[in-house]
Design a binder for this molecule. Structure first.
Ligand code: NAD
Length: 356
């Protein structure tokens, strides 16, 4: 890939500290709306090229997510190439933090797969441009609770669009993945009077759900879940849940879950449309997490304010679904267009120079 010609990024920074073993890439897709905000993924990529491709893809995704969430942040992301279980150390994280600091706030980092709030506390010893820290360090802690709250808001908006009422009483919701987000989603669904079918490959996760949500029907795998006569499918595990194979079985009317990159390929959005399944774009649905870390970075962190902002995912989803219907396009196309319009319109304001 030619980074200059194809990736459309503002800046890509390679960070190397041989002594600590740090090999990281920070990608800034756009600062049109503000500092580029996005997490740090710590992953044992097979090759350097794979790490670079991933970070470019992820940072572009963050530009859209932050724009649609109404945040004053651009899109960025970082990857640390290594195994988080064996390669992570205080020195490596602090070396990484120093590289983040060199960007002077153009990039603000946070947690992602392979990094946790305690890691951000360590990174914060070297840079101010980090969020997603622990409450003890003045942060908001793990954002999964607000992510789940946002998923629930999007689900209600989709129900209102599809069935004319946001009421989920008596609707059967299939939750695939009972991890940090899935577990927080169950109480909202229970409170709303929905029937729950839940799947997780982990026996421990299923036992947890059986103990805390005895009314939920538990199944071992997602194939069984999507064939269980559900009205709403909430993928809350890994990416790629929506593919040619799952679409042959799925008869839910709505798909609305937290997992990133749910579409196995972009063409699946049109396949879902043709099948009459209302798909709520993943990056809209799961934006509660980034809303929390953005609130924390603006500081001081106020959970109630972050929750109120996350509740707006209801209106954002409703607007996207309305526009998709009105224009005869998929919800993904409508969401992308709204995000691009905001980046262009608000980004243009930067030509009005401020002298302060
Ligand atoms: P997690 O790792 O805590 O939980 C994932 C769960 O899915 C685990 O319990 C795992 O056993 C289960 N799982 C894995 N493969 C499965 C399969 N094939 N079928 C059923 N269950 C399976 O992750 P999380 O933090 O809950 O995040 C879930 C998804 O939401 C991820 O795609 C993540 O990127 C996305 N997301 C999370 C947040 C957040 O705040 N945590 C924010 C935005 C997006």
């Amino acid at each position: 890939m030619s980074i200059f010609d194809e990736c459309g990024h503002e800046q890509v920074v390679f960070c190397h500290d041989p002594d600590s073993g740090l090999r990281a890439v920070i990608a800034i897709h756009s600062t049109a709306l503000g500092p580029a905000l996005g997490g740090t993924r710590f992953h044992p990529y097979a090759t350097e090229a794979e790490a670079v491709t991933d970070v470019l893809h992820l940072s572009e995704g963050m530009a859209y997510k932050n724009a649609i969430a109404g945040l004053d942040y651009g899109g960025g992301k970082a990857v640390i190439w290594g195994d988080p279980d064996t390669d992570k150390s205080e020195t490596l994280l602090r070396a990484y933090g120093r590289f983040v600091e060199t960007l002077g706030g153009r990039y603000v980092t946070a947690c992602d797969v392979g990094t946790h709030v305690a890691d951000m506390d360590t990174v914060a010893r070297e840079t101010r441009h980090v969020t997603g820290r622990s409450p003890d360090a003045g942060g908001g802690g793990d954002p999964s609770g607000l992510t789940a709250f946002g998923v629930f808001q999007a689900m209600r908006a989709a129900a209102a669009h599809r069935w004319g009422t946001e009421d989920l009483t008596g609707r059967t919701v299939g939750v695939a993945g009972l991890g940090k987000v899935g577990r927080h989603l169950l109480p909202h669904l229970t409170e709303a009077g929905a029937d729950i079918v839940a799947a997780d490959v982990s026996e421990t996760a299923r036992s947890w759900a059986a103990e805390h949500f005895p009314a939920a029907r538990l199944v071992a795998d997602t194939d069984e879940l999507i064939a269980a006569g559900i009205h709403i499918y909430a993928p809350c595990a890994l990416g790629g849940a929506l593919n040619e194979r799952s679409l042959r079985v799925l008869d839910a009317e709505i798909v609305c879950g937290s997992a990133n990159n749910q579409l196995a390929d972009p063409g699946v959005a049109a396949d879902l449309d043709r099948a009459g399944i209302l798909y709520c774009p993943d990056y809209v649905v799961n934006s509660g997490g980034v809303i929390q870390v953005a609130e924390e970075y603006a500081g001081p962190f106020d959970f109630k304010r972050a929750e109120r902002r996350t509740a707006q995912i209801f209106d954002v989803t409703a607007r996207i679904l309305e526009r998709a219907k009105g224009e005869g396009v998929t919800p993904v196309a409508a969401a992308d267009a709204i995000a691009e319009e905001r980046m262009a319109a608000v980004g243009r304001l930067q030509r009005l120079r401020l002298f302060r």
